[in-house]
Design a protein around this ligand. Structure first.
Ligand code: FMN
Length: 306
């Protein structure tokens, strides 16, 4: 209290990019299901909001189309590693050529999770919602979602990460770990960062909440590589808690997807703008002039951690 917060900046440097806030868009598949403008609209919104967009491997627009939609924006590419490394390579090559600045290698989905709500509602991706980048890389246009998942390599190991990281000109972040042991292995095997994530609770049922897992990952990483976190980012206070516990930045998945569903690009801009405004207010009320001033002392645990 009684700290000058007349000037509060939410800006942050994340993966060598200067962003308007340490909040970027998480990779979310099949965005044309939410709105006909799909991923290009999300990319334009992220660019307008001054932050980065992560594009899913399972996107309904190609990495090149998304780059062309928001040429001045910061973009990161989420990667599933395919059994056929030629397919993986083709996706990577397109991402590099289209100016993506980091790869988020998702490691928590060797198989699709059992999403009971989808069974209850009978959810299926309509046949006319396509994944053009995968189709081009695989050379087939008749793949169902289940067939695409069958192409993902469930045997992927730490050595594969090491090889990918050494061959790829971009930093390769490991997305989908929640333990200090995996965090240490990620550093050891050349990861350019980690994303503490449980896939929004859509993979392993009863997985740790990422906000609970974050401190042990931060401690294991010891500042050697950036630590991002996702899961449950709905308000500026959620962002502030994650930053206080040591995250360099967070990703927002559903918050942006819901914005897209409501109003396309404008909806995503609104969601990102709300997160930024709420983060600015939270920082001010905590007596912090910037995200970097948040520390663990700003968070009080209800129960001591074991
Ligand atoms: C509909 C949906 C699709 C998703 N698709 C992907 C994906 O293709 N690749 C991926 O790595 N994560 C995917 N995720 C997980 C997100 O990247 C992120 O980890 C998660 O949504 C964060 O939680 P939040 O939605 O509470 O912000 C998806 C999440 C949702 C809700």
């Amino acid at each position: 209290m009684l700290v000058d917060v007349s000037e509060v900046s939410t800006e942050a440097e994340v993966l060598d990019a200067r962003l308007s806030m340490p909040v970027a868009v998480a990779p979310v598949a099949f965005q044309r299901l939410a709105h006909p403008d799909g991923e290009p609209a999300t990319a334009r919104a992220a660019e307008a909001a001054g932050t980065a967009m992560s594009l899913s491997t399972l996107a309904t627009a190609t990495p090149t189309e998304v780059a062309e939609a928001a040429p001045g924006g910061t973009r990161w590419m989420q990667l599933y590693c395919f059994r056929d490394r030629g397919v993986t390579r083709a996706l990577l090559d397109e991402a590099v050529a289209a100016g993506y600045e980091a790869i988020l290698l998702t490691v928590d989905a060797p198989f699709a999770g059992r999403r009971e709500r989808d069974f209850r509602t009978g959810f299926e991706v309509p046949a006319d919602v396509r994944t053009p980048a995968i189709e081009a890389a695989v050379g087939r246009t008749d793949l169902t979602v289940a067939e695409v998942f069958e192409l993902v390599d469930p045997a992927l190991g730490w050595d594969d990460l090491e090889q990918l990281a050494s061959e790829c000109e971009l930093p390769v972040l490991v997305k989908g770990l929640v333990t200090s042991e995996d965090a240490a292995l990620a550093v050891e095997h050349g990861a350019g960062g980690v994303v503490v994530s449980n896939h929004g609770g859509r993979q392993l049922d009863a997985a740790s909440a990422t906000i609970d897992a974050l401190p042990e990952v931060v401690d294991a990483i010891e500042g050697r590589i950036p630590v991002l976190m996702d899961g449950g980012i709905r308000r500026g206070t959620d962002v502030a808690v994650a930053l206080a516990l040591g995250a360099d930045a967070v990703l927002a998945g559903r918050a942006c997807l819901w914005g897209l569903a409501v109003d396309g690009q404008a909806g995503v801009e609104l969601a990102l703008g709300m997160l930024r405004d709420e983060l600015r207010l939270t920082l001010a009320l905590l007596g912090c002039a910037s995200p970097a001033e948040l520390t663990r002392a700003h968070v009080r645990h209800r129960k001591p951690r074991s």
